[in-house]
Structures are given as C-alpha cells and as structure tokens.
Design a protein around this ligand. Structure first.
Ligand SMILES: Nc1ncnc2c1ncn2[C@@H]1O[C@H](COP(=O)(O)OP(=O)(O)OP(=O)(O)O)[C@@H](O)[C@H]1O
Ligand SMILES: [Mg+2]
Length: 333
C-alpha cells in the first residue's frame, strides 16, 4: 500500500491575537506564542482509516488544517499523496476533502441542494455537472427527501451528512473528518460511523483521517492511530497495542443500599458518597486480576449491603493519559 499522508517534524506555533483592551492596556507587551504542534512525524497508508486521538488542545484540528492548506506549518513538511502542502496547495486541495463540525460555513437560507450546487460551482464544475454531482451525493447520503428544505431546518445529523457530501463534491481520495460525531446523539453517531467505514472507506476506497477525543470511536473505526497530547505523539499503533500497555484496572460505579462500612483491600480503591435516601454511591477502581471484582461484590454483600446497580465505566481519555508512560514518539511504521 502506498503512502497517503506523510508528516515530517511538523511544528506549528500560533501567535495569540491580543484583544483591543490588552493592546490598549499593555501596548509594548509581545504577543504570546502558542505551540499547537511540536515535531510531529507520521505516515498513513492509502485506503486506511487513521485516527488522531487527543484531548482538547492536542493539535488535532491544526494538523488537519495544515493538510488541507488552511494553515501553513511553522517548520517541517506535510505531503498529501506525494505533494507538499506548502508547494502546491491547489493540487493538495484536489486530493483532500475536509469535514468540520462548523456549520456556519453553509448558507442557512438555501436548501441542502442549493448549498451543494453552490460549492460545486466553486470547485469549477459547470452548472449541469454541479447539479448532477449534487443530486448523486444527496442520494448517496440518503438525503433526497430533505434536499429541498432550507439548511437551517436540518437536524444536526443532516447538517453533518451535508458537510460530508460537500467534502466529496470533487471526489478526493483522502477525507479529513474533524470530530464528525461531536454533537450527534448516540444513534445518529453510530449511523455516521457505519457510513464512513462501510460506504466511504470499504466501498469507495477513501483514505480517512479521523480526529476524535472518543476512545471507543477510534477503537471502532480506525486501523491505526496516534495519541496526541499538547502537540506531541504520546502513543502510536493499533488501538489494541495502545491500550494493552495500560495498567490493568477497571472502573465501576455501584449503588449500594445499607452499606455499613466500605470494604477495604489493596486490590481496589473506593470513593464513597452517601446519599440522602440511604444509598451509597461507590466509584471503584479494581485490579483486573480475574478475582478482585467478585471479591469486592462478595465483601459488599457480606457487610449487609444490597447492590442496587452496577455499571462499568470507560476511562476518560485524560485518565488513559494519566496512566500512560511518556513515549518518545517518532515515525509510525
Ligand atoms: N488561530 C489560533 N490562534 C492561536 N492559538 C490557536 C489557534 N488555533 C488553535 N490554537 C491553539 O493551538 C492549540 C491546539 O489547538 P487545536 O484546535 O489544534 O486542538 P484540538 O486537538 O483540535 O482541540 P479540540 O479537541 O478542542 O478541538 C490549542 O492550545 C489552541 O488554543
Ligand atoms: Mg479540534
């Protein structure tokens, strides 16, 4: 498989814009630099779904903006299908489609179809081709029945599907999706994930670069990924390889009625919150050794507690980061 995207030692330093008030109060103070990416190197292959996983401010959007020619890197270089983004941004724009969750870039009073026609003309299609391509994409995105309704009447899911249709107008081989399920409900999010994997990637062979801070989403969709934190790669590889190195502890939330004293044991850590109705809420971090969890449940029952509910909680990305040893990074193979 050939290389779709190559980043070499990519760094981006923004200069924070100062408000008028700040400029008036401290006219000689220099604007503060913000390092969004710091020496990022990675390689993705054609035909794969590659994840950029990271918390707020990790640099995910900045990386996608560099690839799509919206932002220039401060140093280093990025190639999309062999073309340097700083050398030939027209060729790069032809190879890449960018889907942001920023809906302000659509015309709210125009219909979905009119919006697509308009953007297709911006890509240089003549009127007849623009209409044909827009109609094909509306069909593909299952949006024919709402195509002539105004954009402002669309649900968030419909707006997001229209954003994907717009990114496909020039049929680019690479698609960048910036947190595509961020404001979707769980069912719409699942539908969108399946659409990207089954239709765009498997059937149409699109290479996808997916930015997300949702670990299960990356797990479901991506073949490989990098974990970014404050502009650096802290982990890289398959999801299984990334989570395999984590210390084996599971998180549970239990509601227990009539708990006398919380059981203590070196294999678990409990945070107990007593509630007015006599139910204690336990946040439990339990060693994953095959026995500790059942021993905890037994200890609660032995102390005359009644377990009202128990749920396993996925660790947040921040907790995953806290558990990780720093990784020196480097090129992903
Ligand atoms: N135009 C800008 N001017 C100054 N700083 C910026 C600009 N855009 C981004 N930053 C800063 O760069 C860093 C990386 O931001 P970026 O938006 O790339 O992160 P992200 O991983 O996409 O985060 P999020 O999950 O919040 O979308 C942050 O500290 C952010 O505040
Ligand atoms: Mg972002």
């Amino acid at each position: 498989m050939s290389v779709a995207i190559l980043a070499e030692n990519l760094t981006k330093v923004y200069v924070k814009r100062r408000s008028l008030r700040e400029v008036a109060l401290r006219p000689f103070r220099r604007a503060e630099p913000v390092t969004a990416l710091s020496g990022l190197s990675l390689e993705t292959r054609t035909g794969e779904i590659f994840g950029l996983l990271g918390p707020n401010g990790a640099g995910k959007t900045t990386f996608l903006k560099i690839l799509t020619g919206l932002v220039l890197p401060t140093s280093g270089r990025a190639l999309v299908i062999g073309v340097d983004v700083a050398q030939d941004d027209r060729a790069v724009k032809r190879s890449i489609g960018f889907v942001t969750s920023d809906e302000r870039s659509f015309y709210w009073r125009l219909s979905g179809r009119e919006n697509l026609d308009f953007f297709a003309r911006l890509y240089g299609l003549d009127a007849a081709s623009a209409r044909r391509v827009s109609a094909d994409l509306l069909r593909e995105m299952d949006m024919e029945s709402v195509a002539d309704r105004s954009f402002m009447s669309y649900s968030t899911g419909m707006k997001q599907r229209l954003a994907i249709a717009r990114a496909l107008l020039h049929d680019p081989p690479v698609l960048c999706l910036d947190e595509p399920t961020r404001s979707l409900d769980p069912i719409a999010a699942k539908h969108l994930r399946r659409f990207v994997v089954d239709r765009l990637n498997r059937q149409r062979g699109k290479t996808v670069l997916l930015a997300t801070h949702n670990l299960p989403e990356a797990e479901e969709m991506c073949s490989r990924l990098v974990v970014l934190d404050r502009g650096r790669i802290v982990r890289q590889g398959s999801v299984a390889a990334i989570t395999a190195g984590l210390p084996g502890r599971d998180h549970y939330v239990l509601s227990v009625r009539g708990l006398e004293a919380p059981p203590s044991d070196p294999r678990w850590r409990l945070e107990v919150e007593r509630q007015d109705d006599g139910i204690a809420r336990l946040a439990a971090e339990v060693e994953r050794d095959g026995r500790a969890f059942s021993d905890l449940l037994r200890a609660i029952l032995d102390s005359r507690g009644t377990i009202v509910s128990c749920a396993r909680r996925e660790p947040s990305l921040q907790e995953v980061f806290d558990l990780m040893e720093p990784d020196p990074g480097g090129r992903i193979g």
